[in-house]
Design a protein. Structure first.
Length: 164
């Protein structure tokens, strides 16, 4: 189980790295629209960090950008479907509750999430394979340290909910 989580984490970082590199290659004159919720890709600053931290070459950046551009057509409809299902669920949070309909929407959402995670993992793996063995090792070490800090933070955070 730990190995699968580690692989997914490494894959997620590779995709994030690829997205950041791709974004850093664009020359937009207007700022991007504000982001709301989870979107495929990552912040420009994070991509620059990974590119510098791993010392990614221009050729690697170009390859990663090509992969992300190619995969955008696959991921966009899945992300739109996730957003649509979230909006549909919202009406039951604020309106009349219908458990059967909510369960149906959540089941659809779960199926879509499976598709998203499968695609993300495949893309992350493709990007990870573009890294040199040294870059892969450096990324794995970075992620292991990040996970250790996250675990330490989770253990030091109180589990109780504040009372009003």
């Amino acid at each position: 189980m730990k190995s699968i989580r580690f692989r997914l984490l490494v894959a997620a970082l590779a995709v994030t790295l690829g997205a950041a590199i791709a974004k850093s290659q664009t020359t937009a004159t207007t700022p991007p629209p504000p982001r709301h919720g989870h979107e495929f890709g990552m912040d420009h600053h994070m991509m620059e960090f990974y590119a510098k931290y791993l010392d990614v070459t221009d050729a690697q950046k170009a390859q990663m950008k090509d992969v992300l551009h190619k995969e955008h057509a696959t991921m966009k409809p899945l992300m739109q479907q996730m957003h649509l299902l979230e909006q549909q669920l919202k009406q039951y949070e604020e309106g009349t509750y219908d458990e059967a309909k909510v369960q149906g929407l959540v089941a659809q959402q779960a199926q879509t999430l499976v598709q998203v995670k499968v695609q993300e993992t495949r893309i992350h793996n493709e990007l990870f394979q573009m890294l040199t063995p040294d870059q892969q090792t450096k990324l794995k070490e970075f992620e292991a340290n990040r996970e250790a800090r996250r675990q330490q933070h989770m253990q030091s955070t109180p589990a109780s909910v504040p009372q009003e």
